[in-house]
Ligand binder design. Structure first.
Ligand SMILES: [Zn+2]
Length: 586
């Protein structure tokens, strides 16, 4: 799905990156920037700077960087559309419906047509057993209609016969509704269409009516459906409750429907999977109170604990997540049918908070009366507490675990943070600039800093002089943007830079604390351009020396090739050398 760029500009304009990051990572203002512990590498000192004017963040250690959308994508592991949706809902905007890409449109068409077919089949004479089943579960026709509940015929080609007349085979194959041999995936089942947040039918769940396995069956992952991020009933819950104050997360669609039938219209279900971080992040977008209501048996408790593990990294103090454990033998469906709405809502009032559940589980790990038991419990808790990115919350958890285990838990976490860090650390492996190019890097930084503070300098004549020089090509897109519009937002300029290394330097320049006068900025640009020209010459001399001494590595050979190729005039010696380099380097 594409989102109009004007809408993206609007949400970036109406939201505040300091607020968005600050709700997830503790930030302190120092100088022009806010600083926090970077959640993207194993950080101990605040290395991440967030600039409110420029609506931009940058980590000086792992180079994580970008605008609020970039941050959310990495922090909550969201795709672009979900990150935009998340910010939009926080500032009270709806992402506009836009034209789908062609092939998703067709997939959604097929699903929506299928939902209609299933609904018709439920009403037909063949759907009698399904209707009886719904009645036996006390589900009214009105509720069945609201959720578009349907019935899939107990036939191998019940759906295929209809759809094959209307759609291309390729599109039907991609729909997830058929087997490889084009047999109906869902047969003899009560059908629950699954909708995304906009109300499009994206997949189906089916419950068997007669005996048979599996009891519940869902669509496979398709272009339109990813079970780790979709929640059954979220569209319907939002439709009826605006704004949504709270959500109950349950295990199955029948739970959602039974709760709805009994007047609890704000329940959602994960779809045959544990509650993931993406699920939690999605719910956090629309409401502040989340109740996980699972069966009271061991499997239910385990599933609830998975939700804790998956949610720790994105916990926030303004969101309450609690757990309802039903008495053994009950699920939300059977409970509400037996005890009614009020009794169910009572359970919510008495729910166990996530922190309580966490501490209880830590306590259950071992006998806390012994030293050994307390260290077992601490060891269990350490990697989990390390996952929490929200600093005040993390400290509160550390305090609590320390009390339970009677030891200096903070120390344990710090000592073991290398082992336990859950943050992706691959960025750290990024090659740091070589010392020889450090000077050049500083010079590039100088040029960017000067341009960001005095964009009008982009029209300086010196930029014309270096226009054809390929070693300055990286400056061109930046210079062009500033020249065209001196008031352009720096993060838009940032988007025009392709090379990651150059993006990093630009990000650093954005967060610079130096304040330059126009005069100083102009001088800085000239000095830095000279430095780059000169350092390139120095590099050429050093590499040629190494080549002559036969100490040159193959990477350096390629570099030397590039340096020579970038020169405007080539001597005979250069040409010879180029020939030799291309022979030996391949
Ligand atoms: Zn970092």
């Amino acid at each position: 799905m594409s989102i109009p760029s004007s809408f993206i500009d609007q949400i970036l304009d109406q939201s505040d990156i300091v607020d968005i990051i600050g709700r997830r990572v503790q930030l302190n203002q120092k100088g022009n920037n806010f600083w926090g512990i970077c959640p993207f590498h194993d950080d101990t000192n605040p290395s991440m700077a967030v600039n409110q004017d420029k609506q931009f963040y940058y980590c000086f250690v792992c180079n994580a960087k970008g605008n609020a959308i970039n941050f959310l994508r990495d922090f909550e592991n969201l795709d672009f559309v979900d990150a935009v949706e998340s910010i939009a809902s926080a500032v009270g905007l709806e992402v506009p419906k836009t034209h789908q890409t062609v092939d998703t449109t067709q997939a959604l068409n097929i699903n929506s047509r299928t939902a209609k077919v299933y609904e018709e089949q439920l009403k037909s004479s063949k759907g009698k057993r399904a209707i009886e089943y719904l009645k036996s579960r006390s589900i009214s026709g009105e509720v069945a209609k609201f959720f578009n509940i349907g019935y899939s015929l107990d036939e191998w080609e019940g759906l295929f016969q209809i759809l094959s007349k209307e759609y291309e085979k390729n599109d039907l194959t991609d729909s997830g509704l058929f087997s490889e041999k084009m047999k109906d995936r869902f047969r003899g089942r009560l059908m629950f269409p699954i909708r995304n947040i906009k109300g499009d039918h994206i997949a189906f769940g089916g419950r068997i009516i007669d005996e048979g396995e599996p009891k519940y069956l869902n669509s496979p992952e398709t272009k339109t459906f990813s079970k780790s991020k979709e929640l059954y009933g979220l569209y319907e819950a939002r439709k009826l409750n605006s704004p949504l104050q709270s959500l109950f997360v349950v295990e199955g669609y029948m739970d959602v429907i039974a709760l709805h039938q009994n007047g609890v219209t704000n329940a959602v279900a994960s779809l045959g999977t544990a509650i993931t971080g993406l699920h939690i992040s999605k719910m956090m977008r629309y409401c502040k109170n989340i109740y996980v209501a699972f069966d009271g048996d061991l499997a239910g408790r385990k599933a609830a604990w998975r939700a804790v593990e998956n949610g720790l990294s994105i916990l926030r103090e303004d969101i309450n997540i609690s757990f309802i454990f039903l008495e053994e033998g009950h699920d939300p469906d059977s409970f509400i049918n037996e005890h009614g709405k009020e009794a169910f809502l009572e359970l919510a009032n008495a729910a166990t908070s996530l922190s309580q559940f966490f501490i209880e589980t830590v306590k259950e790990q071992a006998d806390l009366n012994t030293i050994e038991g307390r260290s077992v419990a601490a060891k269990f808790a350490a990697p989990l507490v390390s996952k929490i990115n929200n600093q005040p919350l993390k400290e509160a958890y550390i305090d609590e675990v320390a009390k339970v285990c009677s030891l200096d838990f903070a120390k344990l976490i710090n000592n073991s943070s290398n082992n336990y860090s859950s943050a992706p650390s691959n960025r750290q492996e990024e090659i740091k600039p070589k010392s020889s190019s450090k000077i050049a890097r500083k010079a590039v930084l100088g040029i960017f800093t000067a341009l960001i503070q005095h964009p009008k300098l982009a029209s300086e004549i010196i930029f014309d002089d270096i226009k054809k020089d390929s070693k300055f090509h990286f400056i061109q897109p930046v210079k062009d943007k500033f020249q065209k519009d001196p008031n352009v937002i720096p993060s838009i300029v940032f988007e025009s830079i392709e090379k990651e290394q150059i993006q990093n330097v630009f990000s650093e320049a954005l967060l610079s604390d130096i304040n330059l006068s126009a005069e100083d900025a102009k001088r800085m640009i000239h000095d830095c351009i000279n430095t780059i020209s000169k350092s390139e010459k120095d590099r050429e001399v050093i590499l040629k020396e190494k080549y002559n001494m036969q100490e040159i590595t193959s990477a350096e050979k390629r570099e030397l090739q590039q340096v020579i190729l970038r020169k405007e005039n080539h001597t005979e010696a250069d040409k010879n050398l180029l020939r030799n380099l291309s022979i030996v380097s391949d």
